[in-house]
Design a protein around this ligand. Sequence first.
Ligand SMILES: *Cc1c(COP(=O)(O)O)cnc(C)c1O
Length: 390
Amino acid sequence: MNAEQYPVSEILHHLGERDFPSNAVAPPIFQTSIFCFKSFEDFQAALADEAHKFIYSRGNNPTVNLCERKLAALEHAERAKLVGSGVAAISCAILAQVKSGDHCVVVDNSYSWTRYMFNEYLPRFGVTATFVEGTKIEQFEEAIRPNTKVIYLESPATFTFKLQPLKQVAELAKAHHIKTIIDNTWATPIYQNPIDYGIDIVVHSATKYLGGNSDLIAGAIMGSEEDITHIFNTEFLPLGPVPDPFMAWLIMRNIRTLHIRMPVHYANALGLAKFLEERDDVESVLYPLLPSFPQYDLAKEQLRGGSGLFSFRLKTRDVEKIKKITNSVKFFKRAVSWGGYESLFDPAATQFAPGKPIPDDRVSLIRVHAGLEDLDLLKADLAQALDSVR
Ligand SMILES: *Cc1c(COP(=O)(O)O)cnc(C)c1O
């Protein structure tokens, strides 16, 4: 793959930014729906290649394209497509590979709407899926069939944090002419570049760290020029999950600090994970870069670092205690999602309607996002919340 290879800070601060109108430092926002042509010939030439030309902003837009150039370079990809949400990135990437009668292999702990795509949506069009745990290559070998077109990965997954052996899966897939797609939202391009392991297509929820401020919804698809152009023509143009220029501009502004933010999320998550692991009221902590993690060796091999998201389980199964702890945190916000500057506290028990029974393995499972606050402040906040039910 002939990707643009630059150091991260060159990508974030300079790539594509040398010749702005009026010597502006910040990129201009091209808030326009259409682009006009000097002649019939120019008009005709543009229409013959909508995937690469400025015609109409449902296709390409200069502000969006500059953001895409940076995102592609960050993921060591030839091309990126910015889209309206992470789920749009996931669904466009998958839909572009399958037709009726095809089969997919999917990691069973992937993002909830990804599982919906394979469980509910694709079966309506005659596309079937086999779900695998995905921690061992044998599970993929056993699941593939002659009509398998996609192996869908998420490593680490964002609930169980289980990893897949990326190099082995990529080799297996290539030998069977199967496309590999991975959700790389957790690690970000700062800590993992799946394309370097031979994975074909990378998807991101840019809502998380690429946005980084909990103020936008976006997604990105990265891959070869051929794969992204195919997705552009067959899914992006007809389905229309358009990223608006201002959102692209916000992402460019926010990724300028991505390489500065990620090490702080990493240090805070690891610090909190270690702190929780030592408490006697905590049953287990799931963070891939914690030495006690079952796949720690693979994590060290595949990841250059970790992000701020992890989970832990308390020993108690008393939902009243979980409620009290959740209501006691002061700096952590009670909210879904993650990837912003702020720390979050998200108990799995909130996903069950009031009064409904909660399975034993969910009652005391809590997902934490370590933000950019001072680690001691966060530790003290968790300590006082957990101590409130001692
Ligand atoms: C949030 C998330 C998504 C979905 O992204 P949206 O931007 O909310 O559409 C997909 N995958 C993972 C791992 C996520 O955390």
